[in-house]
Design a protein around this ligand. Structure first.
Ligand SMILES: [Fe+2]
Length: 238
């Protein structure tokens, strides 16, 4: 009984991927550090489809160092949709770094958002943007619902910070790779702790290429309590 409880499974074996919605990916080709071309994107999509994914949000980077325009992303998205004939429902949004370009797009109301005006935001891994709380307030005052991408990856945030940010009404998106140790043990531990406190609202793979997809699907790191916690996160959006 003990050994069964301790048995580690991967995402595919857990059955959680089947019918899931992936909220974070860099599969839109040629626009950031993700998929380089349409062939790679189609290969990734076919792998995801085979594994049972139902819906996928394409969330290319938008930041001062990668200043994709809304128009260009919409154009490439249309080309991908034309080339893809499979069954995954594709959606376009973006992953906005909180920087001056984001603030400019925010004031110009030029943002690619998810349903319910949810906007996916990230910060630097190492340091907080100046006046993060104030910026969150500004986003909300524009009628948007902020979703913080992979909070567990921010080295400068602790559990107290997470609780404070959640109290502003920010939703959290777990990066599945954090949970299976892709970024290191610190991020994994934080992800597990945040799952224990039921802080996550969404899940995403942050998949950048075909090679990483097989790692994401096949890394055998999930124990029964992790599977149950993930089921709850996925269930929130079912
Ligand atoms: Fe990302």
């Amino acid at each position: 009984m003990f050994s069964l409880f301790k048995k580690r499974v991967n995402l595919l074996q857990s059955g959680l991927y089947e019918g899931m919605t992936d909220r974070h990916s860099h599969i839109l080709f040629g626009v950031d550090d993700g998929s380089p071309d349409v062939e790679e994107s189609l290969r990734i999509l076919s792998g995801m489809e085979e594994a049972g994914l139902k819906e996928l949000w394409l969330t290319p980077h938008i930041m001062e160092d990668c200043p994709n325009t809304t128009e260009r992303l919409k154009d490439v998205f249309a080309r991908l949709q034309e080339a893809y004939s499979g069954g995954i429902k594709l959606h376009l949004a973006a992953e906005y770094m909180i920087d001056n370009l984001f603030l400019e797009r925010l004031s110009n109301k030029d943002l690619l958002v998810m349903e319910d005006n949810m906007v996916l935001l990230e910060t630097s891994t190492w340091s907080s943007p100046y006046n993060l709380s104030g910026i969150i307030g500004q986003v909300i005052s524009h009628g948007l619902n902020p979703v913080l991408a992979h909070p567990e990856r921010y080295r400068y945030m602790n559990m107290e910070d997470y609780r404070k940010i959640k109290s502003f009404g920010v939703k959290f998106q777990l990066n599945y790779p954090s949970l299976v140790g892709f970024y290191g043990s610190v991020q994994r531990e934080k992800a597990l702790e945040m799952m224990k406190e039921d802080m996550y609202d969404f899940i995403g793979t942050d998949c950048h290429n075909y090679r990483s997809l097989s790692h994401i699907l096949e890394a055998k790191e999930l124990l029964s309590p992790d599977v149950e916690a993930l089921r709850r996160i996925i269930g929130k959006n079912a």
